[in-house]
Ligand binder design. Structure first.
Ligand SMILES: [Zn+2]
Ligand SMILES: [Zn+2]
Length: 299
């Protein structure tokens, strides 16, 4: 895990984040994901006043191992001078050595966040889920940590004031918020009450707005008037043109002519981001084959 330098904002990694969510849904299908229905509670990952550093770090690590459903894994946490914020040795286990940067001795409240990221590396290693390239793999790790209920800690570790800023992980604060909100919508949680960092909370709010926007894109029935009007225009164009049409603007839907005639539209599921394809024939109710979300569409 890298040390936070300058804090980047916005949604520069959103494509990779969405690909990571799809990959997680594929690797842990419906019932597997349901096991992660509640997030790690704040009390389990906070240091108590006067708690021993090493014992506390082990205790928090155990809470995160439970959260991430790694029953037989044991984390051994140490501190040392290092360039990175934290690292973990990915071996066959069951013991895993996690090293945390010395500075966490003085910043105990962020130990949970660093451990959440490193222990998610262990989970992904065991699931055999990995992306090509360091950057994408780290984005996968932050996304999975958050989607499985441990990553809200990483967003809460983000703080900024006039003299200093700190952020852990590879996602921007808003992207953490986006994944966290997506998770909250799936599992019916309200993470907004867990934040100790006001900046973390603001980023959650922004990420949530973005996640809600995904659910109001055409051809979903919840789409707004502007989106619907543009969609109707794109559809008219598609009817008249034999080649598959993918509108150039930000819209994520694409039309295609079915082999037997008739028009179809494909678009990403707002929950798992896998592409869904439905016939263009007015109101259609579709169920995502991957995450089972029922989608009301007006095609
Ligand atoms: Zn990492
Ligand atoms: Zn889906």
């Amino acid at each position: 895990m890298a040390n936070g330098s300058e804090v980047v904002h916005g949604f520069p990694h959103l494509d990779t984040v969405r690909t990571a969510i799809t990959a997680l849904h594929r690797r842990l299908p419906y019932d597997g994901l349901r096991a992660y229905g509640s997030s790690v509670p704040p009390a389990d990952v906070a240091f108590a006043e006067g708690e021993d550093l090493h014992l506390g770090a082990q205790r928090v690590a155990r809470a995160l191992v439970r959260q991430l459903r790694l029953p037989d894994a044991r984390m051994i946490v140490g501190f040392r001078e290092m360039r990175h914020a934290a690292s973990v040795e990915l071996t066959a286990g069951p013991e895993y050595f996690i090293e945390l940067n010395e500075r966490f001795r003085r910043h105990r409240r962020d130990i949970g966040a660093a451990l959440a990221h490193e222990i998610t590396h262990v989970l992904l290693h065991r699931l055999g889920l990995e992306f090509h390239g360091l950057r994408d793999n780290e984005i996968l790790t932050d996304t999975v940590a958050t989607y499985l209920g441990a990553g809200w800690l990483l967003l809460d570790a983000y703080r900024e004031d006039e003299v200093s800023s700190q952020k852990l992980g590879y996602l921007t604060p808003e992207e953490f918020g986006y994944v966290l909100a997506g998770r909250a919508l799936v599992f019916g949680e309200d993470p907004s009450v867990w934040f100790t960092s006001p900046q973390g909370y603001d980023a959650y709010t922004e990420g949530r707005a973005r996640a809600l926007r995904d659910r109001r894109r055409p051809p979903l029935s919840a789409a707004g008037w502007n989106g619907r009007r543009r969609y109707a225009k794109d559809r008219r164009y598609a009817v008249d043109h034999p080649d598959p049409v993918r509108p150039g603007h930000e819209s994520s839907y694409a039309f295609e002519h079915a082999p037997g005639g008739g028009l179809r539209v494909s678009f990403p599921c707002p929950t798992c981001h896998q592409r869904i394809r439905v016939p263009v024939r007015g109101r259609v109710r579709a169920r995502c084959g991957l995450c089972r979300t029922v989608l009301e569409c007006d095609t």
